[in-house]
Design a protein around this ligand. Structure first.
Ligand code: SF4
Length: 98
């Protein structure tokens, strides 16, 4: 692992500088492609998270059921994570590796 990547991985996640509510706006957008303004603000913070940490964060959240998805986590909105979960389930049922 390159030295600069290792250094990035030891930094606290960018979201730790914000109140938890920042990542859980009052309303989740239902649109996969059009996050609302609050979601976009949180997505912008996640975009500064190191890639490996963001991927791990997302995968951890995807282990929860569709009806447990709220807010912005792992660089994805609840609607985006629901779509990923449903896509993986559909692929699993079809016998396709996702
Ligand atoms: S990807 Fe996860 S750990 Fe990184 S800033 Fe977003 S919520 Fe925090």
């Amino acid at each position: 692992m390159p030295e600069n990547t290792r250094r990035e991985e030891t930094k606290p996640a960018p979201c730790t500088r914000y109140e938890t509510g920042f990542f859980f706006p009052a309303a989740d957008s239902r649109h996969i492609e059009w996050p609302n303004a609050d979601e976009q603000a949180a997505l912008d913070v996640c975009a500064t998270c190191p890639l490996v940490a963001r991927r791990n964060c997302l995968e951890g959240e995807l282990s929860y059921a569709v009806d447990k998805q709220f807010g912005v986590v792992g660089g994805a909105t609840a609607a985006q994570r629901k779509a990923i979960i449903r896509g993986r389930k559909a692929a699993q049922l079809a016998g396709v590796a996702a």
